[in-house]
Design a binder for this molecule. Structure first.
Ligand SMILES: Cc1cc2nc3c(=O)[nH]c(=O)nc-3n(C[C@H](O)[C@H](O)[C@H](O)COP(=O)(O)O)c2cc1C
Length: 374
């Protein structure tokens, strides 16, 4: 299965979703979806990886905002062996005779599924309510990403008051303008998508999805909660996702999001909703290797994240939070967790991880050389 990165096919996110089985996604996460985390999940069967939401207005206006909000690297995309979704063209097996010959059974058609090595994709998410600002921000970052996503789901009060995030859920005309203006600016072939929440009023979901598709959105991610439902208090609603997906009428692929904490939950959600992709947020925070079938963060994933964080210079508080999430199931006692959370430096966390046996010898050396650069 070994192949060099250069041999991988580079496809748009929508082509990956449409043509390959089992596509998984890392959800946009404000604060958390920075480069070291994105590159870590991309090692573990996560083909589509979102950046956190960024404000298009600030991103387009300020070079400082761009530098602090977004960085990328040549190695952040993973490569994956994937099964093609369709089994050949079927023409050879098709019997055109009007009457089936009784008593003659054709042998089952041989499976023609091919495996291909493909490269993962990185999608940047913007919050916007001004089409020109969104197009400006998208154009600036276009050379570095594989798709632009419009946030139509952020439920926070400040976002609603600003008219961004979930404020767009009931403004299908504005979503149409945002998508269309951005597509027109970037070129029709450059992927633009939207991420929505479901609505209690199904006709609103229908209008929103129909409008996004008509504007040229290439795929849609659907978080199966309404804007009033918190992730902690409300389980995801697969039926509502399936309904949103049906509104797209098969014109564009759909990614389902909500309550995916294990690979099995991801496959269940895919089956229940009939969509092409599944997306996880909190599950991947706790276990970046979940789509590879690990029940909890494996030490290699942690080591990988630590190495990348020191190499790329992730700020300490964020590094600390990430490691705390990843180790949630590893802390033997509450006291251990409290002690870990009290650590105040990279050196302190690395010593603790080393004492607990999470870091191999090689990792410690590499990490020590990275840490001098922070
Ligand atoms: C810490 C955190 C930050 C988030 N930031 C964003 C964001 O920037 N953009 C977005 O569309 N959704 C954001 N979300 C929502 C997630 O992308 C996702 O829709 C939601 O958490 C449901 O998925 P889950 O059940 O797998 O956590 C965030 C969620 C979390 C937990």
């Amino acid at each position: 299965m070994a192949a060099t990165v250069d041999e991988a096919l580079e496809l748009s996110p929508q082509d990956l979703l449409r043509d390959y089985e089992g596509i998984n996604a890392c959800a946009p996460m404000v604060r958390y979806g920075k480069l070291p985390f994105r590159e870590t999940v991309a090692q573990y069967k996560t083909q589509l990886v979102w950046t956190p939401m960024m404000l298009a207005a600030e991103f387009s206006r300020s070079a400082t905002a761009r530098d602090s909000e977004f960085s990328t690297s040549k190695t952040e995309r993973g490569t994956f062996w994937l099964n093609e979704r369709h089994c050949g063209d079927g023409a050879a097996e098709w019997d055109a005779s009007p009457e089936p010959q009784r008593g003659v059974h054709s042998p089952p058609a041989p499976s023609r599924k091919r495996q291909r090595r493909v490269r993962g994709r990185v999608i940047i998410q913007f919050a916007a309510n001004d089409p020109v600002q969104l197009a400006d921000a998208a154009e600036l970052v276009q050379p570095w990403v594989d798709g632009i996503d419009l946030n139509c789901g952020c439920p926070q009060k400040w976002a609603y008051q600003e008219g961004i995030g979930c404020a767009l859920l009931r403004k299908p005309e504005l979503v149409h303008d945002l998508v269309r203006t951005t597509k027109a600016r970037l070129g029709w072939n450059f992927p633009v998508s939207v991420k929505i929440r479901v609505d209690d009023d199904k006709s609103r979901t229908n209008e929103l999805v129909t409008s996004a598709v008509a504007a040229g959105a290439d795929f849609i991610s659907v978080h199966g909660r309404t804007r009033h439902q918190s992730s902690e208090a409300h389980p995801v609603d697969p039926e509502a996702i399936a309904f949103a997906a049906s509104c797209a009428k098969g014109v564009v692929p759909i990614v389902a999001n909500g309550d995916v904490f294990t690979r099995e939950e991801g496959e269940n959600l895919r089956r229940q909703t009939g969509v092409q992709g599944v997306m996880s947020a909190r599950g991947l925070l706790a276990n970046p290797a979940l789509f590879s079938g690990y029940a909890q963060t494996p030490p290699e994933a942690l080591q990988h994240f630590v190495r990348l964080s020191t190499a790329y210079g992730l700020i300490f508080p964020l590094f600390h939070r990430h490691v705390s999430y990843m180790l949630e199931n590893h802390f033997a006692t509450r006291r251990d967790r409290i002690y870990f959370n009290s650590l105040a430096s990279y050196a302190g966390v690395l010593d603790w991880l080393d004492d607990q046996g999470f870091l191999g010898d090689a990792a410690v050396d590499t990490i020590a050389s990275g840490i001098n650069r922070i």
